[in-house]
Design a protein around this ligand. Sequence first.
Ligand SMILES: N[C@@H](CCC(=O)N[C@@H](CS)C(=O)NCC(=O)O)C(=O)O
Length: 203
Amino acid sequence: MRLIETARAPNPRRVRIFLAEKGIEIPTEQVDLGALEHKKPEFAERNPMRRVPVLVFDDGSTLSETVAICRYFEETQPDPPLMGRDARGKAEVEMWQRRMELEFLYPIMHTFRHTHPHMAQLEVPQVAEWGEANRPRVLKMIEFLDAELAERQFIAGDEYTIADITALVAADFMKPAKIERPDSLANLARWYDEVSSRPSAKA
Ligand SMILES: N[C@@H](CCC(=O)N[C@@H](CS)C(=O)NCC(=O)O)C(=O)O
């Protein structure tokens, strides 16, 4: 088994952190997105969406989509649970994970991809106005999260989960997207310091 990924890209990092939390080590193979390696026909055979990460099984079959890959490892190695414990807990984690992905990470990615000159060849058409339109959505989201985190330790409750992983990767991706986190958001800062000091955050 191996993970096809790109070291600096946010979605593969979500899988690397998830694996680090589980204590799972698998070989990785780098794809250079800047050199458009993922646009080559042989990559499309691994993932017709032409995106990383992609998990390649020993029989050559593949699995893509970040959360699907995490789900595979959650099922094959349940400890520590990162996607909830019981029916209600799993649903709560999924709710927060989806919020972190759709309402936090993706607006940051849109800002970056639609405003950074290096992304022009990947984001076609690159629409600067759309990138800029996403900046205030990110700020609104982090204010919302700051208020939520006054009530509990982690994004989805009292345990660290995949929702924290997605949110951490999003928070770190604010830097390349040139979106600043206001110092006044003390609960968010407390959460960020805690999750980013876990060894897995280095993944
Ligand atoms: N829905 C996919 C998205 C993956 C994705 O967007 N990956 C980016 C890197 S973070 C990528 O491969 N980009 C290549 C491109 O935009 O052409 C997932 O969750 O895995």
